[in-house]
Design a protein around this ligand. Structure first.
Ligand SMILES: Cc1cc2nc3c(=O)[nH]c(=O)nc-3n(C[C@H](O)[C@H](O)[C@H](O)COP(=O)(O)O)c2cc1C
Length: 199
């Protein structure tokens, strides 16, 4: 399996890092694009170094390299994940204004009718944000807000992160054990054990 993973400059860089760790452990081929704003949020929000994050991917691509293979539909992928997805990147995708490699790769993913999952993050949402989400949804993309559920009784921030990343991987058809699936009220609670992908 081959996926494009992009990290943009919305809050929640850790979601993108965790997605890369899990996909590496599952043996999925990943092609990474980081925006310059993502490098800022990574620096401000985490202790990860840029090289460390690039090292999690199978291949990395410069965001200004419009000659990259990711810019062409002739390079086959099984989909693309933008995690987290800023409102600026959402606007670029919604308008087809592909002036960097992330936006071009998303544009290609939509035109080739491949799966595009956008883990958007902003609060509150303006009408502009909501209309852009409607536009990309009509074009075939899936908007997955970085909005974890609590019915699995998360204990740590890692649990919350894994819940969001796991939902994104579900939508891309990647099998994982990042969270325990709802199995009815009788099977919930602290005694229920969860499987975890290796960190
Ligand atoms: C610490 C930090 C947190 C941010 N959080 C968000 C956010 O949650 N959502 C958002 O849309 N933009 C957020 N921004 C603003 C984006 O980084 C900014 O709009 C940037 O131009 C996005 O560029 P990109 O989409 O090319 O990465 C944040 C910026 C910083 C520095």
């Amino acid at each position: 399996m081959r996926l494009i993973v992009a990290i943009s400059g919305a809050s929640g860089a850790v979601y993108g890092v965790r997605a890369l760790q899990v996909l590496r452990d599952l043996g999925v081929q990943t092609h990474l694009v980081l925006t310059s704003a993502a490098l800022e949020t990574i620096r401000l929000e985490t202790d990860y170094k840029e090289d460390e994050i690039r090292g999690l991917a199978t291949e990395t691509h410069r965001v200004d390299d419009i000659t990259s293979k990711l810019a062409s539909g002739s390079f086959h992928t099984d989909g693309m994940l933008v995690i987290p997805c800023s409102m600026k990147t959402l606007a670029g995708i919604a308008s087809g204004f592909s002036d960097n490699l992330l936006l071009r790769a998303a544009d290609v993913t939509i035109k080739e009718r491949r799966r595009l999952v956008l883990v958007v993050r902003e609060a509150p949402l303006s009408l502009i944000h909501i209309e852009n989400m409607a536009t990309v949804t009509r074009a075939g993309a899936i908007v997955l807000p970085a909005m974890p559920a609590f019915y699995q009784r998360p204990k740590t921030v890692d649990d919350l992160v894994d819940q969001v990343v796991g939902k994104a991987l579900d939508l891309l058809g990647v099998e994982h054990n990042l969270f325990r699936r709802w199995d009815g009220p009788a099977n919930r609670g602290p005694k229920a054990r969860r499987g975890k992908a290796k960190r």
